[in-house]
Design a protein. Structure first.
Length: 131
């Protein structure tokens, strides 16, 4: 059910938010399809590097500052916490071991709702002219 809900969200969110950015749509669906997969290992989260670069560029374009949510998600996704591996077998605290899942969902929500997607960025009006 969660896989179906995430995939429907990835298909509906760009239409609902009236995106005019096919790159953002592609990045969002790549991130969501990774999270929605029934079996995801740590090396599968490599696609979040592309999502982080896109989100970093969009944060700088939209607000001229980085979001705290982006920084926390990026730090959690880019590091492997070996210490938390000892808690993986404990059923009461093993949810802490899924920190990559939570950081990935945070990055998906940040891309989906906080960033603006305007047609002017697609036309290239924000790019500097090279001489």
């Amino acid at each position: 059910m969660s896989t179906a809900a995430l995939l429907v969200f990835a298909l509906v969110a760009p239409v609902w938010r009236r995106w005019h950015d096919p790159v953002g749509d592609f990045v969002l669906f790549g991130l969501v399809s990774t999270i929605a997969s029934p079996i995801v290992w740590t090396h599968h989260y490599g696609v979040f590097l592309v999502g982080s670069v896109y989100c970093f560029a969009a944060c700088l374009r939209d607000t001229a500052q980085l979001s705290t949510v982006f920084i926390v998600c990026f730090l959690l996704l880019s590091n492997f916490a070996v210490v938390l591996g000892s808690y993986a077998s404990n059923p009461f605290v093993n949810w802490i071991y899924s920190y990559e899942l939570y950081a990935g969902l945070g990055l998906i929500l940040l891309i989906s709702f906080r960033l603006r997607h305007d047609p002017a960025a697609l036309k290239g009006t924000h790019t500097p002219h090279l001489a």
